[in-house]
Design a binder for this molecule. Structure first.
Ligand SMILES: [Zn+2]
Length: 808
């Protein structure tokens, strides 16, 4: 291709991606009419540029405008499919079809529900088309799924009594954006099934034949494989049911860096396409007539693509699989057209196709990981257009050579992927599995070439599942052994953008086919990414982060050289808790590899639910709590201290004082809230700041604190007692603390009605600035911005986020 055309195509592709990126930066969306107008104007400009050959820059502006407008138009359609606020929490009767495999957990079932009709008190109402629904078992987690719950299958039509709400997730710095995740999938409301009137199965097979087939295979695996853990892995690989994998296995796969292999990822689909292409090419060559009609390499590529697409659909057609299929389809089409484009151009074009279908993909780590992976492979092999494995599909004459090439190619691919993707993994996940290389070396061939085929072929021949389960057990044993190597996981805090950019450049340099002396230049580029400069508070100062953990409490306090965690948030279900979902990712992102002191105010689950996960994952110097001796959490700690009034310590010039409970309280049979540890933290810098952490104390404890010493309570920031419940925040207490800011940690539409409106009014009347986690997300108060704090929902606001107004 002429060089100038290549440059122009690259420029236009980049303009498209820039238009999408700009669209994704919007805090609130342009009106639909304006988006449509931008798209039309963009199209006109493109046409003008096309006719008037020299106007390249007009074409660039036109393409960017078209991308911006088209994405905006689609987003506004999606936003319009909202649940009216008046219907939130109301009793509705909803009829619809189960569109996905129900995900089983200890708490119950989760599934997608396509709404056909909804009524409220007999009157038809309009609710979003697609719901993320839950059907929980109620109080007893260990109870077996009851009839008719155990009957629930993909493709069935049901009538449920439901309560719905707008999508709402926890929003923390560097945290997972649940609301974006649902928005990308077109889910605009979440809800749960109520017991009365009782759910009714209307139709056993109401469409969705692929889902029904997946369901049958899933049920067959359950019935045919007695080992639960192995059955989960087989189900994940055969029908893409990742929810079937047990939590301990997820932890194992994450810590050994192979989690991408058990979720249906880009690598998986690509390997599948390659394997299928190899087979098809081999068979194709045997028929002279077939090769006359279509050359074997082409047949192999298209056949591989079709098989991979079928596998992607059968395994749930998840977002990463869709991305990979569009990418592979673009590459295959270009090859078929005989276009020998430079690899960078092919990659850019594939990115245009993927973002045209799903603009929100640009926000996902998986998108960047798969594109950079393919890009690195192409760059390092310096061939045209395709990763090594993909382009060679169908070219090898004999199986022996093919197998050897596969092993050799696999090793090489492995080295490149590991080295090249390491910086990107650090950018997105702030951790690197050091044993990942060894683990992948074993797991990639075992999972893609042995376990996945066995999982799929078991559909026809059940004993193959038994064999597959045995291989899974052996693999897990090997991985378990690897995970115990010292220093298996390397953590690095979030690096500034320039260090991230330098690190990525370094990775590209490392894998390019250059002389080794030139590659060595990459090492200095990587330094700042691996050991980024840290923004720590000065001596005598502290930073505070009141995390968004939903209904529960968790606060992170950091001084120059110490980390304190006050409460560890709630347990969400048996599989997940705030420790593993919020606290650990946050600590890692901030470069903390240990916690000096974990304070657990009292034994309630919304305060200690995440403690075990933290204690398991990182060294904790000391647990300071009011937990009774013999509590299982204390058994996990290396050192424990009972909190009682009068204790105090100084870290890096910052004072910590325990104000409650009184030592004598341990002798009385008080309810758990009354035993809450109360901690005051005060800085000694140029402008001293202080915060009061109160757990779930109630009015009697507040009164006792005021009686003991009102002056000791005085604080700039108050983490509001008991989530703003009516039992707490008495007037005398507020007048003694005199906070400037009050932070309410409570869940969105929680069942306790926290915070109580009259309690909030008590704060507002006193001119106290109030923030609530549902509307604020995490609340961050840095030593650098002494008077003000910031809400995560304010700094990171995007148009898809739940639009609650903070402070009311
Ligand atoms: Zn609580």
């Amino acid at each position: 291709m002429p060089v100038d055309i290549g440059w122009r195509l690259a420029g236009l592709s980049l303009a498209w991606i820039a238009g999408i990126a700009l669209h994704l930066q919007q805090r609130s969306l342009w009106p639909m009419a304006l988006c449509a107008a931008a798209a039309v104007l963009g199209t006109l400009l493109v046409v003008v540029a096309w006719c008037w050959r020299r106007a390249f820059i007009i074409g660039v502006v036109g393409v960017a405008l078209l991308a911006f407008g088209a994405a905006g138009w689609r987003a506004s359609l999606r936003l319009a499919d909202a649940l009216p606020e008046a219907l939130e929490g109301q009793d509705l009767v909803v009829t619809g079809v189960i569109t996905t495999l129900p995900q089983r957990s200890a708490a119950g079932l989760r599934f997608r529900f396509e709404v056909e009709a909804a009524t409220r008190q007999g009157q038809g109402v309009r609710v979003p088309e697609l719901l993320a629904a839950g059907w929980t078992k109620g109080q007893h987690e260990d109870a077996a799924l009851s009839e008719p719950q155990s009957e629930l299958r993909a493709g069935q039509r049901w009538r449920f009594a439901m309560r719905l709400r707008q999508p709402h997730g926890n929003l923390n710095p560097q945290g997972f954006d649940y609301e974006l995740n649902l928005f990308e999938q077109g889910v605009r409301a979440t809800g749960y099934v109520r017991d009365a009137p009782s759910p009714e199965l209307l139709h056993r097979a109401a469409g969705y034949p692929v889902e029904r087939l997946r369901q049958r295979v899933r049920d067959a695996i359950d019935a045919g494989v007695p080992d639960h853990r192995a059955a989960g892995v087989l189900a994940a690989l055969a029908v893409g049911d990742q929810g079937a994998i047990e939590r301990e296995d997820w932890d194992l796969y994450r810590n050994t860096g192979i989690a991408h292999l058990v979720s249906i990822s880009g690598l998986h689909i690509t390997m599948f396409a390659w394997l299928a292409g190899l087979l098809i090419g081999k068979v194709w060559r045997r028929s002279a007539r077939a090769t006359l009609w279509l050359a074997a390499p082409l047949a192999a590529r298209w056949g591989g693509l079709v098989c991979a697409a079928a596998y992607a659909v059968f395994s749930g057609w998840g977002v990463p699989s869709q991305r990979t299929i569009w990418m592979l389809a673009t590459v295959t089409l270009l090859q078929t057209l005989g276009l020998r484009w430079p690899w960078l151009l092919v990659l850019l074009l594939a990115a245009v196709v993927v973002t045209a279908i799903d603009p929100w993909a640009l926000m996902q780590a998986g998108f960047w990981l798969s594109f950079v992976a393919v890009g690195l492979l192409m760059a390092s092999s310096n061939r045209e257009a395709t990763p090594a494995a993909w382009s060679e599909g169908g070219r090898w004459p004999r199986w022996g050579i093919a197998a050897w090439a596969a092993v050799r190619g696999d090793l090489r691919t492995q080295v490149i992927a590991t080295v090249g993707l390491a910086p990107l993994t650090l950018v997105f996940f702030h951790q690197l599995s050091l044993v990942g290389f060894a683990a992948n070396l074993i797991a990639i061939p075992v999972i893609t070439l042995v376990i996945t085929p066995l999982a799929l072929l078991g559909v026809a021949l059940v004993p193959l599942w038994t064999l597959g389960a045995w291989v899974v057990q052996q693999l897990n044993a090997a991985l378990g052994w690897l995970a115990h190597w010292p220093g298996a996981v390397w953590m690095a805090p979030v690096a500034p953008w320039w260090a991230q950019l330098a690190g990525l450049l370094g990775a590209v340099l490392l894998v390019l086919p250059l002389p080794w002396r030139a590659r060595a230049l990459a090492l200095p580029l990587l330094v700042a990414l691996v050991w980024p400069p840290r923004n720590l508070p000065a001596e005598g100062e502290f930073d505070l982060l009141a995390m968004d953990v939903g209904q529960g409490t968790s606060v992170l306090v950091r001084t120059r050289a110490h980390v304190l965690v006050f409460d560890a948030g709630p347990q969400y279900s048996r599989e997940s808790d705030a420790g593993q979902r919020v606290l650990l990712p946050l600590l890692r992102a901030r470069g903390e590899s240990s916690v000096d002191r974990l304070v657990l105010s009292h034994r309630d689950l919304d305060h200690v639910g995440g403690a075990s996960a933290v204690l398991k994952a990182m060294p904790v110097g000391d647990v300071l709590s009011s937990l009774e001796t013999g509590h299982p959490i204390l058994a996990q700690a290396t050192q424990t201290t009972r909190c009682s009034a009068g204790q105090s310590w100084v870290w890096d010039g910052v004072h910590f004082d325990v104000l409650r409970p009184e030592p004598a309280d341990y002798e009385r049979a008080l309810k758990s809230n009354a035993m809450s540890c109360v901690l005051r933290v005060g800085s000694t810098g140029a402008s001293p700041r202080s915060v009061l952490l109160t757990g779930d104390i109630e009015r009697e404890q507040e009164a006792a604190l005021v009686r003991a010493s009102p002056a000791a309570l005085r604080s700039d920031v108050l983490i509001v007692p008991h989530h703003g419940s009516r039992t707490s925040s008495t007037e005398a207490f507020l007048d003694a603390v005199k906070p400037r800011v009050a932070v309410f940690q409570a869940g969105y539409r929680n069942r306790f009605g926290h915070p109580a409106p009259d309690v909030v009014a008590r704060y507002v009347e006193r001119g106290i600035e109030v923030h609530m986690t549902p509307a604020c997300g995490a609340w961050q108060w840095d030593a650098r911005d002494a008077p003000a704090g910031v809400c995560q929902r304010d700094t990171a606001r995007r148009y898809w986020h739940h639009g609650l107004v903070d402070g009311d």
